[in-house]
Ligand binder design. Sequence first.
Ligand SMILES: [Cu+2]
Length: 352
Amino acid sequence: MEELWHSLLKLIEPVIIPDWAALISLLPVFIGILILLWILSTIRRFAQAGPSHRVKLRVAPVTPAGLHMPGPSWSPALAAAGLFLLMFGLVVGGLLLWVGLLALVLSLLFWLSEGLRDYDSVEATATRLPAVAHAGPPAGVHMPGPSYQPLLASLGLALLVAGLVFGGPVLLVGALALIVALLGWLRDARAEYVKTEAADTTGHLENIAAPASPVRLVAIFGILTVLAVLVNAGILPPQTATPSASGSAKPAAAGPVIGDFTVTAATLAFDKKAIEAPAGKAFTIAFINTDPSVVLHDIDVRESGGKVLSNQATLAGGQTVVYQYDALPPGTYQFICSVHPIPAMTGILTVK
Ligand SMILES: [Cu+2]
């Protein structure tokens, strides 16, 4: 009888004292099942809705007079998919990172082309739109004419800041773009000043001519930026080019690199995801960074809770180093790149 009672207790134990940690780790699965059920029920309701529900009640949308609505477009969905791919690439690393970046850039360019086409179609029918009446500034106030320079300068500044992060030719192109934009702005301001001065004698103040669309300038710097990014990524110049070209990927230093373990970093990913070290014994890791010179990596050792146990100096791309690690008690640790703490640059260090 007591045995029966015990086996009964054993049977209901998981219900009375559940293993919360295990249950919590299953939460994403539960949520996933809920979402799936919701989607299935939605599909079912759609399938069962009568045609009168699906079609007849629908009213053709009418845009109020004087308003222009952009047409239906896949661009937002495409851009979201591109962004998802990029984020996925950031997590997985390697080739997917570049695929994601390319997908996002292409989807945004597509969106831009759609927007430009939409704009042009509105401009073509602009006579049908009500004329915009500018009240103009109050008497005695002079407003500078319309200008692309603030936009160009902010693009140049963004490129410069990106250059500060990635270094190399991107920095050069960014600095050049900002300088060109600021010089253009200065030229506009000067022309403005000359007109104002002339107004002192003529009695009326004209604005400078409306600026031409800076398509050529943007195209030139667009091409320069792409070239700079390719050089930064080590894709250009091809390996037959002079090895002194700055920013290009150099092969890892010649000669053997000796450590207890060898870890190679390539395209934001470690080649090893697990290392087993002896307990109570200092060890070394020979680290080879094959990424472009501007991409820094390191291998820190952390407790599974995140506490840093060994903080190593970062290593530039194309370099090698032998990292020293102190003896550790038995246990499971993380070895991780502190610059890119992503799954692709995180491994498990087992000490026993
Ligand atoms: Cu890294």
